[in-house]
Design a protein around this ligand. Sequence first.
Ligand code: KE4
Length: 456
Amino acid sequence: MADFFTLISRSFSIRSFLACQSVTMSPPDSHSARLFAAARRSIPGGVNSPVRAFRGVGGEPFFVRRAWGCRLEDVDGRELIDYVGTWGPAILGHAPEEVVAAVRETAGRGVSFGIPNPLEVEMAEAVKARVPSVEKVRMTNSGTEATMSALRLARGATGRDFVVKFEGCYHGHVDSLLVAAGSGALTQGRPDSAGVPEALASLTLVLPFNDFDAVERVFESHAGRIAAVIVEPVPANAGLIPPLEGFLQHLRDVTARDGALLIFDEVMTGFRVAAGGVQELTGIRPDLSCFGKVIGGGLPVGAFGGRADLMDCLAPDGPVYQAGTLSGNPLAMAAGLAQLKALDKVDGFRRLEELGARLDRGVWAMLNRIGLEFVFHRLGSMFCLFFTEESVENLEDARRGDTALFARFFHGCLERGVYLAPSAYETGFLSLAHDENAVDRTVEVMEESLVAALRG
Ligand code: KE4
């Protein structure tokens, strides 16, 4: 397993951490500040998704006026090199001409029909061609809908109620899965959400990621009663945490032995780390998979698919109901297909690996120069820098990171023109629009920001 990603973790002794001072805020008279004040009057927390609120790093979010290539421009004219990439979809970069043209051309023929359109068939065939474990696939409008639907399908197909997930994995804001969740839930310090009935949450069994024994034990204690194990095959919502060698195969073996289903949540990694996601890199075939992000080209999309005998349990053929007014809508299909085709055309994954490796080397050399102990994980174009002196194999390890120092580092980078994810529990993304100059500049900025953050 270790050969399918570059795991960089090096131990240095941390010379000193100094308390972090308050972070920088947008100037009160900035356009972003005024917009955020207005947003807070009408939108909960001023944002339409919590992780955007900068609660993990302090300060207030900026507002974007436009985005192109690997860059964003905020409403105050500040230009930034972007490593959030709208949380993964922007694998070609922002406003790629192929995607914009496809959306424009498709929109001219209507933006939604609520009746089958040819692009839905083309998208389903494109997913199947890239992900061999997917014999049938259904489109949704978000990753959350995809995982929610896959879970209901697993329970409906097996007649079992329990599900297993892992601490720190985030599968969208599905009631059953907002238990010990990562990403925004973790950033807010509330991995379990209010509003999820205990009766429901108690059917979700939560284990530490990479814990072989815990998996064995839960299947001993709940033999024959677990519908599915759902896992991010490479968790990217508690930072980026690679599976230990054999762990994913262990999940495959244990679930197969028990008659439970294995669900790979590849909403983040699908079509991102390889055309066929982590399952292409590892050769492990889950029973069901969830997708999103890249296959929508930045438009609202999700998908879930897998074994035909399971997928045929879905309405209208089967007893498991699942639906969506805009599922498979022509704009998202056109955008996603254009993105997938563009990736194929330029052998995108080779280029993304080149850029990722360059960033890798740069960060590694930077850590050497500063003499810091950090753990840097990377998988293709996905990366994460943990501010901790121990190896990171699960959420507990990731939470050892110095989030206060990260906040200071984040704002230092932002001030110097580099936008990283506003949380220590997220993953950064390179795109095909990044180039050697952008990567090299980023490493310079990271070093300046790290030195400044350590000085306090
Ligand atoms: P959406 O419902 O946000 O489209 O997808 C949910 C989801 C499911 N599974 C995985 C592995 C995911 O990473 C996500 C969503 N990712 C986060 C970023 N860590 C979305 C950002 C946000 O919540 O605003």
